[in-house]
Design a protein around this ligand. Structure first.
Ligand SMILES: Nc1ncnc2c1ncn2[C@@H]1O[C@H](COP(=O)(O)OP(=O)(O)OP(=O)(O)O)[C@@H](O)[C@H]1O
Ligand SMILES: [Mg+2]
Length: 357
């Protein structure tokens, strides 16, 4: 199922006198090809859940359109859309077994019990919990409960699967495992899936396409790697990457970009104030390099090492430069110099915070 989101807007009117209306989603436009796994990514309150609720039919848009293939579903009732939804705080029915929980949506559709059981078992197999069918939710681990919630969303054989932070209740290891699982399930079923998360690593690791949002407004849409390599603005650059991108205050003068008094790159733009973003992996150690960083300490991580540094123009407390572990650094140096890989350096207008291209 192809999903087309056109000028989608949701404004929650103000409830009390004096409080402003909330523009939860503003003029959103996204084309999602059939069978894709799309990640909605952004900080808390940026409109991710609201978008999902509008796709599911639980919330109606203030304006704009939603199409599933060529059908306009904007005003279609939720139960007629053929969507499976796993909520941010998914709730299983505590008094029901796993089987009953998974079968529940089918019982509501008055499907015969034998057929319901068979379909529930199929869905359970897909998420690999078929051995747990007679247990109650309180007899399951968090990850297993999560899978029951996903199986329950899959059992109706939805055209569209909507997952709202489905991994938020899991510990780090289970999160990792379950996100791979979701990717596998999505590949196996080919169901067009929208996956909400505020965790950029999670989104980068499993999504075909990522939609980065801020305050209800889409900032960038694209493949995870291409957004990482080519961010539209300071917000997007900052949001993607662990450790995060380094940001310096700088200026362009006479076709070169300066951080402090050091010229670090060519910049074919008019003179202006800028933010200079340098990815942690964008530094090359060189005794005569362009940029001097004050060394705070060095973290050795096996494959690589991180020079944790300071710089007066950095907008963050520390600057992180990741280099291969076999690069020999000058011992006990208070400062080290680095060259910058040009494709790891981004310039943003200091006022608009938009990327200079
Ligand atoms: N029913 C509502 N009435 C009024 N405002 C709402 C309502 N639901 C959401 N909002 C507001 O709309 C904005 C977007 O909320 P939404 O739940 O979509 O954010 P989110 O991106 O899912 O955040 P989180 O990561 O915290 O789940 C927020 O400012 C929120 O306070
Ligand atoms: Mg939410």
């Amino acid at each position: 199922m192809r999903i087309s989101i056109q000028h989608l807007t949701k404004i929650f009117p103000s409830r009390t006198k004096g409080s402003a209306a909330v523009h939860a989603v503003e003029d959103m436009n996204i084309e999602i090809p059939s069978g894709q796994l799309v990640g909605l990514l952004g900080p808390s309150g940026c409109g991710k859940s609201t978008t999902l609720f509008m796709l599911s039919g639980l919330e109606s848009p203030s304006s704009g359109k939603i199409l599933f293939d060529d059908q306009d579903v904007t005003t279609l009732a939720a139960e007629k859309r053929g969507v499976g939804l796993v909520f941010q705080n998914y709730a299983l029915y505590p008094h029901m077994t796993v089987l009953q929980n998974i079968r529940f949506p089918l019982d509501n559709m008055r499907i015969k019990k034998s057929e319901g059981n068979a379909r529930a078992l199929d869905a359970a197999r897909l998420v690999q919990i078929e051995d747990l069918m007679s247990r109650k939710p309180n007899e399951l681990s968090g990850g297993q409960q999560q899978r029951v919630a996903i199986a329950r969303a899959l059992v109706k054989m939805p055209n569209v699967l909507l997952l709202d932070e489905p991994l938020s209740n899991l510990d780090a290891r289970l999160r990792l495992q379950t996100r791979e699982e979701i990717k596998r399930i999505q590949r196996t079923t080919g169901i067009t899936t929208v996956f909400v998360t505020h965790d950029q690593e999670e989104a980068m690791s499993i999504c075909d396409t990522m939609v980065v949002m801020k305050l209800g407004i889409v900032q960038q849409i694209g493949a995870p790697q291409s957004i990482y390599d080519d961010p539209n603005n300071l917000f997007v650059a900052n949001f993607l990457g662990t450790p995060p991108i380094n940001i310096f205050k700088g200026r362009i003068k006479g076709g070169r970009v300066y951080i402090g008094s050091e010229a670090v790159a060519a910049a074919p733009y008019a003179d202006r104030e800028v933010y200079v973003g340098i990815r942690p992996e964008g530094f090359i150690y060189n005794e005569h390099g362009a940029l001097t960083l004050g060394v705070d300490h060095i973290e050795v991580m096996g494959r690589d090492k991180t020079v944790v540094s300071t710089h007066p123009s950095s907008t963050k407390p520390v600057v992180r430069a990741i280099i291969d572990s076999d690069v020999a650094l000058r011992q006990n140096a208070a400062a080290l110099r680095f060259d910058i890989k040009p494709y790891k350096l981004f310039l943003f207008d200091a006022e608009t915070e938009e990327r200079l291209r």
